[in-house]
Design a protein around this ligand. Structure first.
Ligand SMILES: [Zn+2]
Length: 231
């Protein structure tokens, strides 16, 4: 949310609206013909350049995002400490080593701008790079998925939460595997898919050669120029 320069009319509304307990709800323009026409009255002035730096919709009008409070407290402090230690060992850390060489190289390529270093942490596109040491990947995903405040969200929401602060190669795959194998989720979450029906066997033919069915087993390792079997 950004502070805007309000004209006089907007400033007038910003003083008037706090008297009400309201929720903003979007309605498509075509269903708002009359109010829209009224808002275009020619005697509405545009105002001078006063009322600057005013926030029309204050943060208290919006739902608080509780999970943002998770950042850098308690266990996350330990994680940050281990990330610092992990990134300092470039021998075991090919990604950190490559990134550091990229940043040191005299030919500044476009990619080198994506990496930066602050407080002993390596950043990729503004997110902390997490080395594959000290079980860090699992600890971070666990923090963003298993804790009570995280609430065992699904793959995409967990990924969104982790990617607010962290990055490592194949992160989305790792989080997908983690969430899909979470014991508590598997035992307690409701399956929204239709239950798979029973197998429908083919009707039994009345006589021989009445019906012929074949199965193909394909994409086998090639043998003598062939990779499929007709059964
Ligand atoms: Zn879970």
């Amino acid at each position: 949310m950004m502070a805007k320069q309000l004209n006089q009319r907007q400033a007038q509304w910003s003083l008037y609206l706090p008297h009400f307990d309201f929720v903003l709800q979007h309605r498509p323009g075509k269903s708002m013909g009359k109010p829209d026409a009224l808002s275009h009255r020619s005697n509405h002035g545009t105002g001078a350049d006063d009322n600057s730096d005013v926030i029309l919709l204050t943060p208290k009008l919006f739902a608080v995002r509780v999970l943002e409070g998770l950042e850098f407290t308690g266990p996350e402090q330990d994680i940050l400490r281990d990330i610092r230690q992990g990134t300092k060992q470039p021998k075991e850390e090919p990604v950190a080593r490559a990134a550091q060489e990229l940043r040191k190289s005299s030919t500044r390529s476009l990619r080198s701008a994506e990496w930066s270093e602050r407080d002993g942490l390596l950043y990729y596109r503004g997110c902390i790079y997490v080395p594959n040491t000290s079980d860090l990947h699992r600890r971070i995903v666990s923090l963003c998925h298993d804790t009570k405040v995280a609430g065992h969200l699904g793959c995409f929401k967990t990924l969104e939460l982790v990617s607010r602060s962290y990055w490592w190669p194949n992160m989305s795959w790792y989080i997908g595997m983690y969430v899909s194998h979470c014991d508590l989720c598997l035992r307690t979450k409701i399956q929204h898919r239709l239950t798979s029906g029973e197998l429908q066997p083919l009707p039994i033919p009345d006589e021989r050669w009445d019906a012929i069915s074949v199965d193909f087993i394909s994409e086998l390792p090639e043998s003598g120029g062939y990779d499929s079997i007709m059964w």
